[in-house]
Design a protein around this ligand. Structure first.
Ligand SMILES: Cc1cc2nc3c(=O)[nH]c(=O)nc-3n(C[C@H](O)[C@H](O)[C@H](O)COP(=O)(O)O)c2cc1C
Length: 358
């Protein structure tokens, strides 16, 4: 099952294994799904300007984030209801991250809960919390996550209200872990989040803070000024604000604003090794791959995710070598040029051979 030889086969397995509802939940996005297509379209619109005759006999992909060694500069982002894709849910992702050598950000909107995952799989790991309670409740959750061994805390700031995901609405599908903002009728704590929330967390807790959902220079600068430890460029995989810019298009201004003071993560539309290399060329320290994670989980749980990451690593290494880059420091914007995408961008447009293996 996890013996697939290509990421295309993993996607095919994922499609076969998931119900229509779970599939649509994974691949879908907000409203017209324009943000999702923009993410893919922009990634596809960068072409390599490779350099030749550099010694690439020893390509180095290892890096670190918040003191954690990572085999490749790829993080596994928070995925709510990940247990819908494979019964192990957050625990299986944690095991895969541990076995392969990367870092997981666990969503508070998935099963099992963060304390169970921490008991079952040794860290390090980052915890992403949606606020479904007041400040006292949030503080208690952060304290408990520190006690459970989490090494970073992630505040997702692009989900102050939950979007309309028309695919899910049309099919009357409700994600397993429920909607990610506060339930109807309750006070929406997530919507009341502000820069004061960031200041409060920084003042009260020593745990490194990641703010996810930064897409403009002004907010990136504000994060760094507020002591945020990692700036995470994301539009939630196009699942929140429709008609937003592609994340890879937001990246350069954020990198410029951050000025190397803290690490920058980017996600949104990165599905293959070459995509990751493009994100790194444009200044990201780490690339997040949400649907990649979900698709691998759906293809066969923990083992399939480890296999997918192993293939991804090969793709990254080969792309770097062929672009003439032996180290991550060699990845620069000058290795890229903007051109028209070759096809119509869509959530699966990085798997053009999918129909040929049916
Ligand atoms: C099925 C699914 C569930 C998600 N759940 C969460 C979540 O609980 N918290 C969060 O911060 N982001 C969530 N995201 C967004 C991802 O963390 C990530 O930002 C996004 O998937 C990146 O885009 P990509 O899928 O194109 O890689 C989710 C994404 C997907 C596809």
């Amino acid at each position: 099952m996890s013996k697939f030889r290509s990421l295309t086969e993993a996607v095919k397995l994922a499609r076969e294994n998931l119900s229509q509802g779970d599939w649509d939940y994974l691949v879908g996005a907000a409203d017209t799904e324009t943000s999702l297509r923009r993410n893919r379209g922009a990634v596809e619109s960068w072409a390599f300007r490779p350099r030749i005759l550099n010694d690439v006999s020893d390509v180095q992909t290892a890096t670190q984030l918040l003191g954690t060694d990572m085999r490749i500069p790829v993080i596994l982002p928070p995925i709510g209801s990940v247990q819908a894709f494979s019964p192990g849910g957050g625990t299986a992702v944690a095991q895969a991250a541990d076995e392969f050598g990367t870092l997981q950000i666990l969503s508070s909107a998935c099963a099992p809960d963060f304390e169970t995952v921490a008991r079952e799989v040794p860290g390090p790991r980052i915890y992403q919390l949606y606020l479904t309670g007041d400040e006292g409740w949030m503080d208690e959750q952060i304290q408990r996550s520190i006690e459970a061994g989490y090494t970073g805390f992630c505040l997702t700031a692009d989900t102050q209200v939950y979007s309309r995901r028309e695919r899910d609405i049309l099919k009357q599908y409700t994600p397993m872990s429920g909607r990610t903002a506060s339930p109807a009728g309750d006070f929406n704590y997530q919507a009341s989040m502000s820069w004061d929330t960031v200041a409060h967390i920084k003042q009260k807790f020593a745990i490194p803070l990641i703010v996810k959902g930064v897409v403009v220079a002004e907010d990136a600068k504000r994060c760094v000024d507020a002591g945020v430890d990692v700036v995470y460029v994301s539009n939630h995989g196009g699942r929140q604000l429709d008609h937003s810019r592609a994340c890879i298009d937001s990246l350069p201004e954020v990198v410029e604003a951050v000025q190397g003071r803290v690490p920058v993560i980017v996600d949104g539309g990165f599905m293959r090794g070459a995509d990751v290399v493009k994100g790194l060329c444009l200044g990201a320290d780490i690339v997040g791959m949400g649907r990649f994670e979900g698709l691998c989980m759906a293809a066969g749980g923990k083992d399939a995710l480890v296999r997918g990451l192993t293939i991804l690593e090969q793709e990254i290494r080969i792309t770097m070598a062929l672009a003439g880059a032996a180290t991550l420091a060699d990845l620069k914007p000058s290795l890229l040029e903007r051109l028209e995408p070759v096809g119509t961008p869509s959530v699966l447009s990085s798997f053009p051979l999918l129909s040929e293996i049916d």
